[in-house]
Design a protein around this ligand. Sequence first.
Ligand code: KIV
Ligand code: NA
Length: 279
Amino acid sequence: LKPVTVHSLQKQYADKVPITMLTAHNYPSALIAQEAGVDIILVGDSLAMVSLGMADTSEVTLDEMVVHARAVARAAARSFTIGDLPMGSYEISPKQALASAIRMVKEGRMQAVKLEGGQEMAETIHKITSSGIPVCGHVGLTPQRQHALGGFKVQGNTVGKALSLLRDAQAVQDAGAFCIVLECVPQDIAEVVTQALKVPTIGIGAGNKTSGQVLVQIDMLGTRPPDAFMPKFVKKYGDEWTSSLNGIKQYKEEVTSRAYPAPEHNYKSDPKVTEALKA
Ligand code: KIV
Ligand code: NA
């Protein structure tokens, strides 16, 4: 299988074959996503909550993102890789954003970066893409702006808001983004935005008319505890929590009962050595 590139993604989009994007936050989760044939692996700043236990994405730093990105990159030779620029690493100026994007490529070993925002980020996206680093946009629900948005809710549901969403997506495309994540947008609006663009849209909570889909791996595999908050759009394709919990419970039981380790796990000694030691 050939590695996924910006060009192969453009061809896939032109051929109308939906693009599969999935997050990974470490070496094994990237390895398994690639093995499953995922086109794009995203080192999302969802890392903050689902892997680092932080309250929201605003806490994770570029230094932390880079460490996880590098682990993912070691596994992902075939999937295309995108690293999120975390809050605070790109908003101050296009120059700051470019410096952070360069770190994500040089140290994080990512092939592209993703940043949140619309028209107000156009100059920044242009700065990064014109320096040779592909950018994935992110409009609609932009979790880094949760306090300004008043929480996590569906976006673009009035005529005014839908129009500004469309203008944002177009501005991000015109600034040079090669794809755009559309988060938490009603399906019909996501479809109109998708039709209006010449670059692929990757939806999350945006219906099935976008050019591709993205999910957080830890959410879709059911790795989080059953009482963890899960957005409406997440489909659970696995129950990692239950299977891991059962495995660890059994381990604990077998340690307690001395059922583990069993003979097949043991190293053999030379009986003479044991005898000499006992004597
Ligand atoms: O951080 C993340 O995982 C993301 C995806 C949900 C799009 O940005
Ligand atoms: Na993100």
